[in-house]
Write a protein that binds this ligand. Structure first.
Ligand SMILES: *Cc1c(COP(=O)(O)O)cnc(C)c1O
Length: 357
């Protein structure tokens, strides 16, 4: 019996060291012992975000952090522009509408990256925010945040990015790229169990927090920031996920960010090459924008079968998300995935595809 190889797109594989870090006695989230850990976690996260700003720690999944940005940085009737390149960008647009924002969707064909010029044509003096998914987990395509940042920095709009499936595997330089709000959660490239979300804001974004008229309490950034000053949180955080992410960040800095990003890229290049060799196609239209944290493989009508056959060989990958459930499967390289895992996946894929024909 072969060892299980987990190449999921979230929740992802958890390294043994991270699992072990959670196997300890409970401590109070108001203790000095806890605060020391939170301080280390948020300081390390700043380096991964590429920011000098504070990183707020919220107990929620990624979606909660997305919702919190709307509550804290906007007011009813604010206009936002959302490039739609797949399922997760659409979720952000929908959430905006639920809160009563005026959402201007700029639709792209699935598999495309968002074209900055087309999006910027929609940005006017009234635009309060542009919501750009960093890495679209449904299509395996990333967006060029640096280009968006340069285009948006001198406008009235905030550049908001959901980097839930990016941060920790796909490079983020929040300050340098003029990203105003970046958010992520623990269970994807950060190779930690679910439970925590992290968000950082530029000075421009903090000034909008002052103007925001939405009611809020649990996700109130001003309250979160006050507690963050003493390395605590407003309410009880997911303490065990804090233990876990602390160890995951130790692993990330032992490897080094440059090595981490190049491992993700190299593994993805191997997958793209291997997928083509077995006669399948990449779903991303432009290989240059193929995500380094997950590969969406185009297998029309066959994706569910391939996922189930791979699972029989102990290789765990994910199916497609609507409307691509039958046509795409997704292979994660984010977090704790090695070149050996990739080689095992490609070997198994070859056998599975051979049996289809
Ligand atoms: C997984 C994911 C989310 C949602 O995260 P949850 O933690 O499940 O709420 C949001 N955006 C992207 C891009 C994701 O990959």
């Amino acid at each position: 019996m072969q060892k299980k190889i987990q190449m999921m797109v979230g929740p992802t594989a958890i390294p043994h060291r991270v699992l072990k870090a959670m196997s300890r006695e409970s401590i109070s989230h108001r203790s000095k012992e806890y605060s020391i850990i939170q301080e280390r976690v948020t300081n390390n996260l700043k380096k991964v975000f590429g920011t000098k700003q504070e990183v707020l720690l919220l107990t929620s999944s990624g979606t909660g952090a997305m919702e919190s940005v709307i509550q804290n940085c906007f007011s009813p009737d604010d206009e936002i522009v959302v490039p739609i390149i797949g399922n997760f960008s659409e979720q952000f647009a929908l959430m905006g509408e639920i809160y009563g924002l005026k959402v201007n969707r700029v639709e792209f064909e699935l598999g495309e990256t968002a074209d900055v010029n087309r999006v910027m044509k929609e940005v006017t003096i009234a635009t309060k925010g542009v919501f750009v998914v960093h890495n679209e987990s449904s299509t395996g395509v990333y967006n060029d945040l640096e280009a968006f940042g340069n285009a948006i920095k001198d406008t009235n709009a905030l550049l908001i990015t959901d980097s839930v499936s990016g941060l920790g595997g796909l490079e983020m330089r929040m300050d340098e790229w003029h990203v105003d709000v970046a958010l992520t959660s623990s269970q994807k490239a950060l190779m930690t169990p679910a439970g925590l979300a992290f968000v950082a804001l530029s000075e421009k974004a903090w000034s909008r927090v002052e103007e925001s008229k939405f009611p809020k309490h649990y996700f109130d950034y001003k309250k979160a920031s006050k507690f963050n000053e003493i390395n605590q949180t407003l309410t009880t955080p997911a303490v065990y996920t804090v233990f876990a992410v602390d160890e995951a960040l130790n692993m990330i800095f032992e490897e080094g960010l440059d090595n981490l990003y190049s491992r993700h890229r190299t593994n993805t290049e191997l997958i793209i090459k291997g997928v083509k060799e077995v006669g399948l196609k990449l779903f991303a239209k432009d290989e240059k924008f193929a995500s380094p944290t997950l590969t969406a493989v185009y297998a029309p009508g066959k994706s569910k079968y391939i996922v189930s056959q791979l699972a029989k060989k102990n290789i765990i990958v994910n199916g497609g998300l609507a409307p691509l459930t039958e046509d795409v499967f997704r292979v994660g390289t984010m977090g704790y995935v090695s070149e050996n895992d990739v080689i095992a996946f490609l070997y198994a894929l070859k056998q599975v595809v051979k049996n289809i024909e």
